[in-house]
Design a protein. Sequence first.
Length: 125
Amino acid sequence: MIAFCTHCWKEMDAEHNRCPHCGANLDMDKRSYQEKLVGALDHPLPAARVRICWLIGENRVGAAVPALMQMAGNDPDLYVQRAALEALGVLRDRRAVPLLVKISDGKNRFLAAIARKSLKETTMS
């Protein structure tokens, strides 16, 4: 089975307790998986932040909504902003509605389209 290291977020075999990429001892980190995901949103690599946004949506981590909102409006990477907006749509948390409305009316047509889709998903629930 494939898993993700909760330190470097690279794929690894779920059978291992030590990451073959970064050497982290995964048995030492006692946080829940959801807590690890939220904490990983600060990862320095944009590609990792994109992956983590997706994982947050897939795992329905509602505790990540405030951080996702921050990323959607302020992350320096356009694709991270997109991933955060998409995750907000999957999570369907009404706290995100004002931000989604603001971005959907913004000048960036790429992000506006994603925000409108996420807004539709959020308000349908």
